[in-house]
Structures are given as C-alpha cells and as structure tokens.
Design a protein. Sequence first.
Length: 128
Amino acid sequence: MPREIIHTDQSPAAIGAYSQAVKVGDTVYLSGQIPLDPATMQLVEGGMEAQIRRVFDNLAAVARAAGGHLADTVKLNVFLTDLSHFALVNQVMAEYFQEPYPARVAIGVAALPRGAQVEIDAVLVLEE
C-alpha cells in the first residue's frame, strides 16, 4: 500500500530524521509534537497549559494537512515530564475532543526534546 508523507508549515518542522505524519490508506500516523511555535521553532511561553494547547494546535494542523481533523483521532500517546499535569491534560483535551474520546495512554518520562514538558502523538483514521 502506498505511503504519503504529510507536511505543513502550520506545525513545527521536524527536528530530526522523521516526517510530521505518514498516511497509509485511511490511517494517518502523526509524529509526536512538542509545544514549539511553528513560526519561531521555540517553546511557547505561558506555562503548562500553554504548552498543552500548542501541542494540540500542532497536531490539529498536521491532521488538517492530511485531510482530516482531530475528531478523526483513534489513539493518543501523551508523554509528560511531570504526571501531576495529567488533570490539566484532561481539562484541555476536553476542549479539543468530544465523546467518544480516542483511546489514550499517559506516560511519565524523565525528559523530552528541547526541554518540553509534554509531547503527544496520534493515530487518525479518516472517513472515506
């Protein structure tokens, strides 16, 4: 099955050897997003809530570039350097997603690229 590489300037450029997303059939695999401003490639300021929102905004931009929306998400992986922010992730996530919510995992990690406190990746299934 052919693969389509997804790229948008509305989300941060890849900072390594990976694509923003890869579409295979009706499934889109979105690479992890950290809270980088796509215009400056710097971490957003404003605390943890601003970081979480920027990550979801970055994921939404890649989803749109793939022909979908965050509503097409079937799986999220959330990586946090401090699991005490889990409730805040839930609060912000509820503004970006409606029931039925995607499957999700939240994992505590020691560190993330560029000193980010949160990274999220996603899998979308697009409607044909």
